[in-house]
Each structure stands twice: as structure tokens, then as C-alpha cells.
Design a protein around this ligand. Structure first.
Ligand code: GDG
Length: 472
């Protein structure tokens, strides 16, 4: 029977181990929810790294059995592979270049070799499972070589690829020593998707300048195949965030927030620890606000959650220290006996707490330097059932293309962010509602289920087109 195979770096599961026994818990991330309707069906399957280093073959066998019951298939990685493929090439080479931070990038041959080798490891597992007529959907920048590797072995199989982070302009992309190999790998797909038109255009431009291809509109002709490159802005599980507000646990958190912030307006900021998210600049803009507008002292609080991430990579460690320092300075400089300007948390919270914060915050401040999409901004919008609240959103986030009723800012312009905060604090309720209603319509219609359906339908159409071309 024909099956669908999802492949991503991480499996949608949290595994913990105690005395040789494994506990598995499905993760509730947006992508996992959206693809849940696919990989849980019939003999479909999701292939990826389970997120835990397991060396003993017996233990590997045991956990594989447990995962297979959930339609998941593990790719086990050694510590060295994690260091060089994941932290190395994926996060110290591709991530900075693709987020326009070329100065942070390291071009190490050993990283590239590991990246190639781990993509082959993924390919081997895919080949164990895939049969003629199956559909394979590969996700994200850790697996850019995989579509090409699968294509070499199974020339007729249907392969889709979606990139969750930006695709940079040619001038950035060309910096990577292995740029042609990367493009060739990606062009193994039949259908390639990006969040925005700019990313799509940048990819097409890079392909036509670096490879002997023919590009017309959104089709790249390469090796006698036509690869379709299109824009699919990813959505969120709108219904989940819109209804979470009624959950008793969320209500409980809301009550506490109301008691703790009687007098103050709340500005919310939520990100993974990452230099692409503009956390330092956001803090500087908030500092400028307190400096220029002392009337907000004791009246506004920045509630900042930074979720630990990649903290073994040197730049991330440094960033964490810089944030600690800056938060300390601002709090020391402006605090009063009863008020702290910044409530800073370096940890993750359960989704119920997130929902309470989305419901409670007057403003959600999302100012990444670059972001493929940014789901936090969409989750805030989906949570605002009363249609009030203001979203301040960076023009460098993919989401800004859809959420044009946010206050859109250039994240490098601290003065503009500061003005946006004062505008938001003073925005009349009818204007908040007009903007929020528009944004809620977009987020509710173009939700995660819509996104999955659109991509899969398009992949089937493209596959049919390929078959017809081959038959000719
Ligand atoms: C990549 C791209 C693109 C955050 N803190 C907590 C928590 N979160 C959840 C949010 C949101 C997700 O994490 C973060 O998603 P983003 O889209 O904002 O950012 P990345 O992780 O960088 O994701 C990005 C995305 O892929 C999808 O294509 O939008 O541009 O970089 O869902 O809710 N969840 C919980 N506790 C927290 O403390 N439970």
C-alpha cells in the first residue's frame, strides 16, 4: 500500500530514560500537530533523531520497538555526529548564513563531512522503508542533501521539501564553500516550499547563478527534471490557542497574573535563545522607552521568556551572558522598591502558562533580526478572543507578510520600536479591535491543517506532472 513518509531532524517525541526503561511522550509542537493527521494514519511513518544519545544496540532495538508503535522510526546519532552535523554544520554554518549573520559562520571541512555522512544515514533509513509509489516529505535545513540522495536511488519517487528558516539572498548564500552541492541536494525534490516569496525568489536566483539550470517563473529544469518551487506560509493550530483560554489551568494562571499586575501594562516577549531573535535590541529599545518616557516607570513591565536552546554553541553562551547583564543593568537602573521593569525567565513553560500570558499581555513584542515565519506572533493573535491587544512585529519575520495589521518595525531601529510601544500603549480600543480582527481572520483561515493540505495536494499534482513528462 502507498504510504507517506515524513523526515525531519527531530522526531515529534520527548524521550526520557531511567534504569534502562524509556518513557515516550508525543510533543505538541505546531508541526507535530499539523502532520499528526498524516503520520499516525495506516502504515505512514515519521523518521528522525529521537533527541537522546543511545549507543547500546540492545537499547536501540528496544526504543525502536516502542517508537514503531507510534509510527515513528529513529535515526540514532553519535555524540560526534551531534557535535559536527547538528551543532556544527547545521547551527554554526547554515543557521547564521541563512539568517544573514555571515560573520558568525564557520566553514569547517569536518562539519561538512559529518553533514554529508548524517544525511546519508537518514537516506539509508528512508531506503529501508520507502517503496515505489510512496510520498516522502523532507523538512528543513539539517537535511538539504537528502532529497538528492533519495532521488539518485529512487528516480521516480515523489519527494517534497520544506524549509522552515529563510533562504538568504545569493550574496550571502554564495559564501558557503559547498553551495553547489547544497543546491543539487535540494533539487532532488519535486516540490520545494518556503515561507515567503522572497525566500522562494532567493532560492531560484541562487540556483540559476550557481548551476547549469533553466529557470522559468517558479520551475527549475535540472537533470531532465522539472522542480517546482513555491511559497507556503506555515500556519498554527488556531483552534487550540483560541480555545485554551477556557482551560481551568489557564484561568488559574490568569488570576495570578491579574493579582500580580494590578497597575501595570504587560509587554510580552517569548523566544528561543537565539541571536536571530533580536533579544538584545529589544531590551535596548525597552531601556530607551524608560529613559525617554519616565511616565511609564511603575506602569509597564516587560515579561521576557527566553527558552534555553543550543547553549553548547559558543555564540549562544555569549548571548545568554549578554542578556543576563543587560537585564540586570536595566532592572538595577530603573527599579523601584515595588516594581521591576523586566521580569526575565530563562526556561520553558507549559503551554497553559503561555496561553495565559498571550491572553493577559497588552502588547506582544516580536522583533527578530530574521525569522523564517515566527509562530509566537500568530499564537498571540489566535489567543485574543476579545479582539484587543497589539502585536508589534519585525518586518524581517516571514509572518509580517501576512500580519500587516500589526505595528510593523525595523528591528534595528530602536527609536521605531520605542515609538511602536508608546503607540501600542495609547492605541484606542476600536483600532486595536479592527487590526486584531483582520489578523485573526488570516491566522484562523491559513492554519496548520490548511498548510499541510495545500502542500500535500500540490505535491501530488507535481508528481502527476512529472509522471506525464517521463511517459512522453
Ligand atoms: C523555526 C523558525 C518558523 C516558545 N517558548 C515556549 C514554547 N514555545 C513555542 C512557541 C512556538 C515555538 O516554540 C517557537 O516557534 P517560532 O516560529 O517562533 O521559532 P523557531 O523555534 O525558531 O522555529 C521559525 C518555525 O520554525 C516554523 O516553521 O516559524 O521562523 O525559526 O510555537 O509557542 N512552548 C512551550 N513553552 C515555552 O516556554 N510549551
Amino acid at each position: 500500500m502507498r504510504k507517506t513518509i515524513i523526515v525531519s531532524n527531530r522526531l515529534p517525541v520527548k524521550i526520557s530514560e531511567k534504569n534502562g526503561e524509556f518513557t515516550l511522550q508525543s510533543s505538541e509542537g505546531g508541526l507535530a500537530t499539523g502532520l499528526g493527521s498524516i503520520y499516525r494514519e495506516g502504515n505512514n511513518i515519521w523518521i528522525g533523531w529521537p533527541g537522546l544519545e543511545i549507543e547500546d544496540p540492545k537499547q536501540q532495538e528496544k526504543v525502536t520497538k516502542q517508537l514503531r508503535q507510534m509510527n515513528l522510526m529513529p535515526v540514532f546519532l553519535t555524540q560526534e555526529e551531534i557535535n559536527n552535523f547538528y551543532e556544527g554544520f547545521s547551527n554554526e554554518t547554515l543557521w547564521p548564513v541563512f539568517h544573514y549573520m555571515g560573520v558568525y559562520a564557520r566553514y569547517e571541512q569536518s562539519y561538512w563531512d559529518a553533514y554529508h555522512q548524517v544525511n546519508q544515514k537518514f537516506r539509508d533509513i528512508v531506503l529501508q522503508i520507502a517503496g515505489p509509489g510512496d510520498i516522502i516529505w523532507v523538512h528543513d535545513y539539517q537535511l538539504l542533501l537528502l532529497p538528492g540522495m533519495i532521488r539518485t536511488e529512487m528516480p521516480e519517487i515523489s519527494v517534497g521539501f520544506f524549509q522552515h528558516i529563510p533562504f538568504p539572498s545569493y550574496e550571502l548564500f554564495r559564501l558557503i564553500p559547498w553551495r553547489a552541492e547544497i543546491l543539487e541536494g535540494m533539487l532532488g525534490a519535486d516540490l520545494m516550499g518556503f515561507h515567503t516569496f522572497d525566500d522562494t525568489r532567493h532560492f531560484l536566483n541562487a540556483a540559476s547563478r550557481l548551476l547549469p539550470v533553466n529557470t522559468t517563473a517558479n520551475v527549475v529544469s535540472y537533470n531532465d527534471r522539472a522542480v517546482v518551487v513555491e511559497t507556503f506560509p506555515m500556519g498554527i493550530d488556531y483552534d487550540k490557542f483560541a480555545s485554551l483560554g477556557n482551560n481551568p489551568e489557564v484561568q488559574e494562571h490568569l488570576k495570578t497574573l491579574r493579582e500580580n499586575f494590578r497597575e501595570e501594562r504587560l509587554v510580552l516577549s517569548i523566544d528561543r535563545l537565539d541571536y536571530s531573535k533580536g533579544i538584545i535590541q529589544r531590551l535596548q529599545a525597552f531601556e530607551l522607552l524608560l529613559q525617554l518616557h519616565p511616565e511609564y516607570i511603575s506602569r509597564v513591565v516587560l515579561y521576557m521568556i527566553v527558552v534555553p536552546s543550543r547553549d553548547t554553541v559558543p555564540q549562544y553562551k555569549e548571548l545568554r551572558d549578554d542578556i543576563d547583564k543587560l537585564v540586570g543593568n536595566i532592572n538595577a537602573r530603573f527599579r523601584t522598591l515595588s516594581w521591576h521593569p523586566i521580569q526575565y525567565f530563562y526556561r520553558s513553560f507549559p503551554v497553559e502558562m503561555l496561553s495565559a500570558l498571550y491572553n493577559f499581555a497588552d502588547i506582544c513584542l516580536v522583533t527578530p533580526m530574521r525569522d523564517g515565519m515566527n509562530l509566537v506572533s500568530k499564537e498571540y493573535v489566535a489567543s485574543r478572543n476579545n479582539n484587543d491587544g497589539v502585536l508589534i512585529l519585525s518586518e524581517m519575520a516571514g509572518a509580517s507578510k501576512e500580519l500587516s495589521d500589526a505595528i510593523i518595525v525595523n528591528p534595528n531601529n530602536l527609536g521605531a520600536i520605542t515609538r511602536a510601544i508608546t503607540d501600542a500603549l495609547n492605541m484606542p480600543l476600536p483600532e486595536q479591535q479592527r487590526r486584531m480582527r483582520q489578523m485573526r481572520q488570516v491566522v484562523s483561515k491559513f492554519n496548520i491543517h490548511h498548510w499541510v493540505k495545500l502542500f500535500m495536494t500540490r505535491l501530488a499534482e507535481v508528481n502527476e506532472m512529472q509522471q506525464n513528462m517521463l511517459a512522453r
